[in-house]
Design a protein around this ligand. Structure first.
Ligand SMILES: Nc1ncnc2c1ncn2[C@@H]1O[C@H](COP(=O)(O)OP(=O)(O)OP(=O)(O)O)[C@@H](O)[C@H]1O
Length: 867
């Protein structure tokens, strides 16, 4: 078994530019002197010299080195890398417009519902057409135009575009023949076919018996050249053929197609591949045909005989190599419908294609910036390692891209062209330049949206590269495409090929595997994606932080305004309460009187109407009470309705009554719990019966108060208070005072005249209202007045005085008489549902009746008084 080394270095050859050099500019010496215009306008100066035609024609021009091959394509080669030329071939549609594929493979899907394979649809629309010999127009299908707004693209800058009508001979003449000529002259060269599955790579490279491809034509040319040669050694060539494929999609290996057994391997060179010596074209063609029969192929939905490997044919002379590579076509799962082993093969094929593309890109970047490493990508694939010299641009290389013209192949075609554009030196950022197909500069013209997307893509990639300072070169840039903006991703998702898997392993001596390279690339890709994602998240978070700060400020402002509103509301409520209490007092002072009178008529309650009697057994001077009604309102329980006030007053009376009884039982009744009753002259008699007597002064005061009570202007002022003060040392003392000053004062505050000052202070604390301060002060004054009244009986009183001198009975008011007569009458219960109040007791029906009766009577009384 012979050993095939990597393509040997070519003997030094002089690169011949086929494009004609530009005409040399005539040097000043060779040109005739131009007459100098005189500065001063003289008659001679007005003469215009004749154009120096003869002198110009006499200039000697250098001869054109290759005048016959002067063409537009050749003129392009001055700007394209001379070691890499890119061609495009469009595969024709089937005669009837249907796909060439007739049968579906076993490992393909989708199947129709009834189990039969789906028949390919007939489509006659084409997506790609040659604009001219150097450019193509790619038109998206109508559906994509509408949905994705994808527009027509024009790709230019190809060395040659072969239309669907082009023949094999034509392709050979323009693409391969120059390489063969160079090979025969001892210069190495390579031809590689790249394109999607079923686009005609194999057809172009190998052809068919009817239409022989590039290899048969090249072999014919090579051996025809040497036919007349007498030197036998110059007639001998060495032919080898092998494929790089993956076993069941797992292990990449090199398989010799000229041998039935034995695998080759690759260290620095390919070992184990048989080189067959050929001396005529028939022998060579037979070998190639045999080798093709051994090549691994399979049927897919895209191609009846789809290549599953990268096939390499080497023709070696004593001086040079000519290598032809038929790459397996990139496959999209949705198109091929591959499953299982076929799918794993697809992974391998696409992986190899990707690495091949990376190497080419890396090569271009390396040419621009020699610091960029190349080794990394070339290690990732057996194919690229083998072709490294070619890919590094050390040898001449022709790349032919094959595309299908059917509209259903738009995505494949568009993807391939965009992926291949770096080799063609198509710069997206030059897209704004007006497209000129004859321009010597390869250019790309696209419609606005595509341009915008691609500019975004380019800027994104450049930004990433600048930030990261990656060492991965162009391959890294390729990976950056995954981290493009969403809009671009959507656009590219349409035509993305399946990405290679990472399960492929190479059984290679140097331990390097394709899978490892893929893993590295994948890691880089993920890193970039994550970094971009993190940046995006960071920006979003910053935006939200700003919004949050604004919201917090607003909350603070609102909180402040709410607090001020609350304070305002509280002040208003306080004011409203005061107003209410004043209003209630003004409105109900008179009405409170009959209520209290009615309550005072309770037989169990032996106290006199509306007059408060305080029996102070402790002996301390005390006096004064107030109406229960007023007490209730001061206690912080504002009464909303008449009924509430009434109930509250009654409950207060009940409470006072029970307390009074308890005090009597314990014989140390506190002043604070003095019972408060409303004064009424009717109760005076009852009061006398209980042993309470009035002094003259008291009687006078009482009369005076009664008179006051009769005064309509002093409604409710007839509440005269009688305090009986029992002391251990002396007889009971009575304090009589007008209840008016005590309106709105609690029982506590009224319990003691002397202690009223402190009590009022306590009230002030309890109610904590400014209005009560004033009331407390007023109360203190009035208490002083009460104390004065109280002091009089104290001064002149003696235990026997009360009993000895009965107070004079004055004429009772007519209202009192009237009330007395009518008090026994029963009235209907107007209040069916008495309301419960805070701390109040429910009235029993009799009490309620009495109360209501009293109210009615007092209303009558008031009427009489008015009369
Ligand atoms: N220019 C052409 N003219 C006529 N028929 C063609 C042309 N190109 C390709 N074909 C036909 O298309 C079919 C698929 O072509 P081919 O096998 O060469 O595709 P491929 O690119 O090699 O696919 P794969 O990558 O799957 O191997 C073949 O039957 C071939 O004869």
């Amino acid at each position: 078994m012979e050993e095939i080394s990597s393509p040997p270095p070519c003997p030094k050859t002089v690169t011949v530019r086929r494009n004609p050099p530009r005409r040399a500019r005539p040097t000043p010496s060779s040109m005739a002197p131009v007459p100098i215009m005189p500065l001063s306008p003289t008659s001679d100066s007005l003469k215009i010299p004749s154009f120096p035609t003869e002198e110009i024609l006499s200039i000697q021009l250098p001869p054109n080195p290759n005048p016959n091959n002067l063409s537009t394509s050749d003129s392009l080669s001055s700007t394209e890398p001379e070691n890499l030329r890119v061609f495009l071939r469009i595969r024709p549609l089937a005669p009837n417009g249907a796909q060439i594929t007739k049968k579906q493979c076993k490992n393909a899907w989708p199947k129709s519902k009834n189990g039969s394979r789906e028949k390919p649809k007939k489509k006659t629309e084409i997506c790609v057409s040659a604009t001219d010999c150097h450019s193509v127009t790619v038109s998206p299908p109508a559906s994509l135009k509408e949905v994705k707004r994808v527009k027509t693209e024009v790709y230019g800058g190809f060395s040659e575009v072969f239309s669907a009508e082009s023949t094999q001979d034509e392709v050979y003449a323009k693409m391969v023949n120059p390489l063969v000529e160079d090979f025969l002259k001892g210069k190495c060269g390579m031809l590689a076919a790249l394109g999607p599955s079923g686009s005609g790579k194999t057809h172009t490279v190998f052809g068919s018996p009817r239409e022989p491809g590039m290899i048969p034509l090249a072999l014919r040319r090579i051996f025809s050249e040497t036919e007349g040669c007498e030197n036998q050694s110059s007639k001998v060539f060495y032919l080898s053929m092998f494929e790089i494929s993956s076993e069941r999609g797992k292990v990449e290996g090199i398989f010799d197609l000229f041998q039935d057994t034995g695998d080759a391997c690759m260290q620095s060179t390919v070992k184990g591949v048989k080189e067959v010596t050929v001396s005529n074209v028939q022998q060579a063609e037979l070998l190639v045909t045999n080798g093709m029969s051994k090549r691994s192929t399979a049927r897919t939905n895209s191609n009846n005989q789809s290549s599953r490997s990268q096939c390499i044919i080497n023709i070696r002379s004593n001086r040079a190599f000519l290598t032809v590579v038929d790459l397996a076509g990139a496959e999209r799962v949705l198109r091929t419908g591959n499953q299982g082993t076929r799918l794993m093969e697809s992974n391998f094929i696409n992986n190899t294609s990707m690495v091949f593309g990376l190497c080419l890109r890396s090569l271009l970047e390396h040419q621009k910036n020699p610091k960029r490493p190349l080794q990394k990508h070339f290690q990732n694939s057996l194919l690229t390692r083998y072709l490294r010299d070619y890919l590094e641009g050390k040898k001449r290389m022709a790349l032919i891209l094959t595309v299908k013209s059917g509209v259903e192949d738009y995505l494949d075609t568009s993807f391939l062209l965009r992926q291949a554009s770096p080799y063609m030196k198509i710069k997206y950022n030059n897209a704004e330049e007006p497209f000129n197909s004859i321009s010597t500069k390869r250019s790309f013209q696209a419609f606005p949206r595509i341009e915008r997307l691609k500019r975004m893509k380019l800027s994104s990639i450049e930004a990433c590269q600048t930030n990261e300072g990656n060492e991965a070169g162009d391959g890294y840039r390729f990976l950056q495409e995954e981290a493009l903006p969403k809009e671009i991703k959507e656009f590219e998702a349409q035509d993305s090929l399946i990405h290679p898997g990472t399960t492929i392993k190479l059984d290679m001596n140097d331990g390097k595997s394709l899978g490892e390279g893929s893993i590295e690339l994948e890691k880089e890709r993920k890193n970039v994606i994550m970094q971009n994602f993190a940046k995006a998240i960071w920006n979003v978070l910053k935006q939200y932080k700003g919004k949050l700060e604004v919201a917090e400020n607003q909350i603070q402002i609102l909180t402040k305004s709410l607090a001020s509103e609350k304070a305002q509301r509280f002040a208003l409520e306080t004011e409203l309460k005061d107003l209410k209490s004043n209003l209630l007092v003004n409105n109900h002072d008179f009405e409170d009187l009959p209520r209290n009178v009615g309550i005072a008529e309770d037989p169990q309650d032996k106290r006199v109407d509306d007059t408060q009697f305080v029996r102070n057994d402790s002996g301390s001077d005390s006096c004064v009470g107030s109406t229960a009604d007023s007490c209730s309102s001061v206690d912080g329980c504002p009464l909303d309705t008449e009924e509430d006030k009434l109930n509250a007053g009654v409950s207060s009376l009940k409470l006072d009554e029970s307390e009074s009884i308890a005090n009597q039982e314990r014989s140390d009744t506190s002043v604070n719990n003095a019972g408060a009753v409303t004064a009424s002259s009717i109760a005076v008699e009852d009061f006398e019966e209980q042993g309470y007597q009035f002094t003259n002064q008291e009687s006078e005061d009482f009369e005076r108060n009664a008179d006051i009570a009769e005064d309509p202007k002093n409604m409710g002022t007839d509440d005269t208070q009688f305090d009986r003060i029992d002391s251990d040392s002396g007889p009971s003392k009575y304090a009589v005072s007008s209840p008016k000053p005590f309106v709105g004062i609690t029982n506590d505050s009224c319990s003691s005249v002397e202690g009223s000052q402190s009590d009022s202070e306590r009230d002030k604390k309890r109610t904590d209202q400014p209005a009560m301060v004033e009331e407390g002060a007023e109360f203190a004054k009035r208490c002083d007045a009460c104390s004065e009244i109280t002091s009089k009986p104290n001064d002149s009183s003696s235990p026997g005085a009360l009993n000895a001198e009965k107070p004079k009975r004055r004429l009772l008011p007519a209202s009192s008489i009237l009330l007395k007569n009518i008090s026994s009458l029963e009235f209907e219960d107007e209040y069916e549902k008495p309301k419960g109040g805070r701390g109040e007791k429910k009235l029993v029906p009799e009490e309620r009746n009495r109360t209501q009766g009293s109210i009615s009577l007092l209303r009558l009384l008031r009427t009489n008084l008015h009369l």
